[in-house]
Write a protein that binds this ligand. Structure first.
Ligand code: AMP
Length: 486
């Protein structure tokens, strides 16, 4: 049974701003890599997680992508594995010692890039394996011997089956975005993988939400974990101008292309609640001469990578994304985000618009809403504790409404459009629909209360996702430059 212990006070139990990476006793080779990355101060999750992971303890981390959690677990893992680092050419001297599981290929790729960057001045080797691409190059990389493997569960099991990977010496297991792995139906795969690992190992689990299923999973495989939590913030940045435009359901797609053209937007994420909605909107925009691409779970690996790369290079100007597809993406410095649909969960609104207005920059968050969205709007405004400005979309005339009338809501939604996060949200709210109120387990939303033996203050609130703003600014966003600001 999981015994969720609170954080034990230690010399590193200070706020992130007071701590420096040097204070953790990390190797000079790691510190050098961090300097190259431009990291100055650890983020709150890093300040909490690094010392605990270094002690070899199990961790249950409540943190989202964008909080710096990847370095929070990778840096101490690299440090711990340095004891085994060697430059022998023999694969036998480089067994898999740490396994990092992620739900998606994109996240696996991002984590792998970070691990490579942080370990680049050490002899440790790492590689990434994920599905949807040729297995042979992955097999070749594994054969050479690697200490750290980042993997999606399905492809990892393919390699296990082909005997191209041996997990019998894995000392550390990380489950990143565990909630999403469960949402995506990976539980049986996870259980099979866990059964392949030595019983004696360190386990780290990170999840943005803690549903009863997640707690059950944690209970079954974590050993007296320490809970590390970076509290959510429902505050929206003052730098973000929030606007609402009321349109009819049928006008929405034209309204998006009108806004993009009128404002001359060159880099914008448009959020759609459904995969089919994202695809249709992207097609519609392309027809209107807008450089757009859709990114969601039904797209092939190659399509997603190409869309993302093209967007980062500026060749695609509008990325139409679902929440799940967008969640793990390290896309930053958005001048504008558009909500094609208002999200079913008010918290997703905060996360979506948090992609703009970073590092002191100004940003616009434009949302379309229809008569049927009133309830969602009430929830959002209640959460962010402010009324969003309602404006007229002046000069807008829908052009394709007559040729492409939308079907009635229920029918349109049921015809194959599936929300990505799983069955809980499978239906677009029809009239009278009650949006899911509790995507997040209430247990998770409770303020973190240390046990009587612990004195650690609750970490600074964070919801910001990844930002590629100048590293110092980014650290500030991530909560790592509090001292400098105060
Ligand atoms: P993550 O939540 O791990 O995906 O990290 C979010 C982004 O923050 C990534 O682009 C990291 O490179 C960056 N990052 C992580 N830690 C720090 C830090 N201490 N200072 C500045 N940037 C960081």
């Amino acid at each position: 049974m999981t015994d969720t212990k609170s954080h034990t006070p230690s010399p590193t139990d200070q706020t992130a701003a007071q701590v420096r990476f040097e204070d953790f006793g990390l190797s000079p080779d790691i510190l050098r890599a961090l300097t190259e990355q431009g990291y100055v101060h650890p983020t709150p999750i890093q300040a909490q997680a690094i010392p605990v992971v270094l002690q070899g303890k199990d961790v249950m981390g409540a943190a989202q992508t964008g909080t710096g959690k990847t370095a929070g677990f990778s840096l101490p893992i690299i440090q711990r594995l340095l004891a085994h680092a060697n430059s022998s050419a023999s694969p036998a001297r480089h067994p898999v010692r740490a396994l990092i599981l992620t739900p998606t290929r994109e996240l696996a790729d991002q984590v792998a890039e970070n691990v490579k960057a942080y370990s680049r001045f050490t002899p440790l080797r790492s590689t990434v394996v994920f599905g949807g691409v040729d297995m042979n190059p992955q097999t070749a990389a594994l054969r050479v011997g690697v200490e750290i493997v980042i993997a999606t569960p399905g492809r990892l099991l393919d390699h296990v089956q082909q005997k191209t990977i041996n997990l019998s010496q894995t000392q550390i297991l990380v489950m990143d975005e565990a909630d999403r792995m469960l949402d995506m139906g990976f539980l049986p795969d996870l259980q099979r993988i866990i059964n392949l690992l030595p019983k004696q190992r360190q386990n780290l689990m990170f999840s943005a939400t803690f549903s009863p299923e997640i707690k059950k999973l944690a209970a079954s495989f974590l050993n007296q974990p320490q809970t590390i939590e970076v509290a959510r913030s429902n505050a929206t940045s003052d730098n973000v101008t929030q606007i609402l435009y009321k349109v009819s359901e049928e006008e929405k797609r034209d309204a998006v292309s009108f806004i993009i053209r009128e404002r001359g937007l060159k880099q914008v994420i448009v959020f759609s609640n459904t995969k089919i909605g994202a695809s249709r909107l992207a097609v519609h925009l392309v027809k209107q001469g807008v450089k757009a691409a859709a990114i969601h779970g039904d797209k092939s690996q190659n399509e997603r990578m190409v869309a993302l790369e093209d967007f980062k290079r500026g060749e695609v100007e509008v990325l139409v994304a679902t929440d799940v597809a967008a969640r793990g993406l390290d896309i930053s410095e958005m001048p504008c985000v558009i909500n094609f649909d208002l999200p079913y969960n008010a918290e997703d609104y905060v996360h979506r618009i948090g992609r703009t207005g970073r590092a002191g920059a100004k940003g616009d968050a434009i949302s379309l809403h229809t008569d049927q969205d009133e309830r969602l709007l009430v929830d959002i405004e209640k959460l962010i504790k402010q009324k969003i400005v309602r404006l007229q979309l002046s000069g807008f005339v829908a052009t394709s409404v007559h040729t492409e009338r939308a079907k009635p809501t229920r029918e349109r939604f049921d015809s194959g459009s599936r929300h990505e996060s799983g069955s809980r949200h499978d239906a677009r709210p029809a009239r009278g629909y009650q949006p899911p109120r509790e995507k997040v387990d209430p247990w998770f939303l409770k303020p973190y209360t240390p046990s009587t033996t612990a004195t650690l203050p609750v970490a600074t609130a964070q919801t910001e996702e990844a930002s590629a703003a100048k590293p110092q600014k980014r650290a500030a966003l991530l909560g790592g430059l509090l001292k400098a600001r105060s």
